[in-house]
Design a protein around this ligand. Structure first.
Ligand SMILES: Nc1ncnc2c1ncn2[C@@H]1O[C@H](COP(=O)(O)OP(=O)(O)OP(=O)(O)O)[C@@H](O)[C@H]1O
Ligand SMILES: [Mg+2]
Length: 265
């Protein structure tokens, strides 16, 4: 069994069938890119995996543990929050907390979690554990090239810097799987590269990542596997070279040639 297994995810909004039986598997340390035209269901799939939407049918298993089973979906909010922590999610819009500094954006959630843990486990030393969180944050700041911005506020940063803070913030919670939803589509081309570079560096650390992207060159270079979605189904999937260089489905061929036409404009 793969590290992450999704079976038969279906999701309807009213009469609109947005996911029509998605099966997906991701190995540990693998980078999966999801491509597809607007409205094909990519964000909805990520939101279902992150418990931000509830699939109508399907099962999700991570590391052998069933995290979601539509046949038994009456999970309590507390359990959901815990399950959600398996995944880190970086959105297109950075969603930083404007009133907090860069470093506080990164440490806020881990410190809140620590407070909860300390309530339950009286043997934990809050000050010591907090120090570890602050040190971890410094490492993440260095990794994302933001050490000199740690006391800045989000409004003082470029879009690329804000997105790198969002990545550091997601990593601070030590997710098993890091998901990105078009992490660069709100950025100017010159800022896109710096964010993609950070994501690429995470691949070197053997992180399991799922990346919805419109950056085809990046998907081709960084992914171990590419999934092409169309109208709520996985139309084609495979190694990046196969998907990009010898697409089989007509829909994928049309999608890729549409993108090449745009790039050639
Ligand atoms: N909360 C919602 N309520 C109703 N319909 C929704 C909701 N979220 C998504 N949809 C619909 O689901 C379909 C798929 O949307 P989704 O955002 O998953 O597409 P996408 O592949 O991420 O597109 P894009 O590339 O534009 O981001 C669309 O028709 C959208 O209108
Ligand atoms: Mg989307």
């Amino acid at each position: 069994m793969a590290y992450l297994e999704i079976k038969n995810f279906c999701k309807k909004f009213g009469n609109n069938e947005v996911l029509k039986g998605i099966d997906l598997s991701v190995e540990k340390g693998e980078v999966l890119s999801i491509i597809g035209s607007s409205g094909s269901g990519k964000t909805t799939l990520l939101r279902c995996m992150n418990f931000l939407e509830t699939p109508d049918t399907g099962v999700m298993i991570l590391g052998g543990e069933t995290l979601f089973d539509a046949a038994n979906k009456r999970a309590k909010e507390k359990e959901l929050r815990k399950k959600r922590l398996n995944f880190g999610l970086v959105f297109q819009s950075f969603n930083l907390f404007p009133q907090y500094s860069v470093k506080d954006n990164i440490t806020l959630a881990p410190i809140l979690q620590l407070k909860e843990r300390c309530k339950k486990d009286k043997t934990l030393n809050f000050a010591e554990e907090k120090q570890k969180i602050l040190e971890d944050a410094d490492k993440l700041l260095a990794k994302t090239g933001l050490t000199d911005k740690k006391n800045a506020y989000p409004c003082e940063l470029s879009g690329g810097q804000q997105q790198r803070v969002a990545i550091a913030r997601a990593l601070a919670l030590k997710p098993k799987i890091l998901c990105f939803d078009e992490p660069t589509s709100a950025l100017d081309p010159e800022l896109t590269g710096e964010v993609l570079k950070v994501i690429r560096s995470l691949k070197g650390e053997d992180r399991t990542m799922i990346i919805v992207t419109h950056e085809m060159g990046f998907a081709k270079n960084v992914s171990d596997k590419v999934v092409f979605m169309a109208n709520g189904v996985i139309e084609e999937e495979g190694a990046p070279k196969a998907v990009f260089d010898s697409p089989k489905s007509e829909k994928l061929k049309a999608f890729l040639s549409g993108i090449r036409d745009k790039e050639g404009e």
